[in-house]
Design a protein around this ligand. Sequence first.
Ligand code: TXA
Ligand code: MG
Length: 339
Amino acid sequence: VDKKDEKLTTNPQIQEAALWINKNEVVAFPTETVYGLGANALSDEAIAKIYEAKGRPSDNPLIVHIAKESQLQNLVKSIPESAEKLMAAFWPGPLTIIFESNSTVSSKVTAGLSTVAIRMPDHPVALALIEAAGVPVAAPSANLSGKPSPTNAEHVLHDLQGRIAGIVDGGPTGVGVESTVIDCTSTPAIILRPGGITREEIEAVIGPVAVDKALTEKGQAPKSPGMKYTHYAPKAPLVIVLGSNTFMQNLIDKERQSGKKVGVLATEESKQRYKADVIVACGYREDLKTVARDLYDSLRAFDKEMVDIIFSEGFPRTGLGEAIMNRLEKAAGGHIIKE
Ligand code: TXA
Ligand code: MG
């Protein structure tokens, strides 16, 4: 579907997808971050199908997507002031807010927690689909569990063909990394997952926030169940390299000398500086939005090339760089080499 279509809610493809959701089946759809795998958040039967299609551990709760703010009060016990302000500033948009649940959504959505994660996506196709379905739509990223999240319909097809009722193809997503998850049930609010809305942007609206310790310290259990799993991983091992181009090149050369096919994740600015078997440029370092946008497609590109090992440049941990480094670290299983 064309996301610029004026009458998306009556678009036949969106109508068909909404019908599947009403029949408690699962369909993939685009959001501004990544493709989601949507199902009726009120139905145990529908939600079970999401976990099954993705191979997702059942203790990892889902985000509920809404199209209008009026849907929110039906799902939560209360709306804290911090959440009010964040919604006014960032919804629709890549910010997921954790509320106390009033247990309207299926307990499978919340994986038995007393809280529920809610967001209003900033994508006309997603909003039209939720509206046409007439129910809140639970949706994790539409990838097989552990794989990089899908940023176009092809990625979804690659992972989930034959496992879901269909995909609404709305072209490539824009933001490229998932929404920021923030817990507004405590004061100050706590960022559980860095994402499309930066900590700096959030603090400009509600003042200082906390960041889940598990994001910065080893050995801490994350407050967001999903953050404990290895994720975003390409097939080959990935290593983040923090150092000069020469340092990186030495690592590449050593692996190539032992007969390995070596991939490098670089940027448009730096891609000419390396000699390796496969070099993928992931956006412009100067503009981290382009790096976030291309990150998962770049990671998936190495699977097609069947490399044996991947070395990746690192990024500054400020602004969108926090989300980018968080995803790269997960893809690398924490493997970082410093010069
Ligand atoms: O951008 C996004 O957020 C995408 C699109 C499709 O909206 N969705 C997405 O969903 O990334 P998923 O399931 O891949 O990630 C949801 C994250 C997980 O880390 C999960 O543990 C966390 O949100 N989460 C969900 N409900 C929670 C809750 N009640 N408390 C804490 N964390 C929660
Ligand atoms: Mg995911």
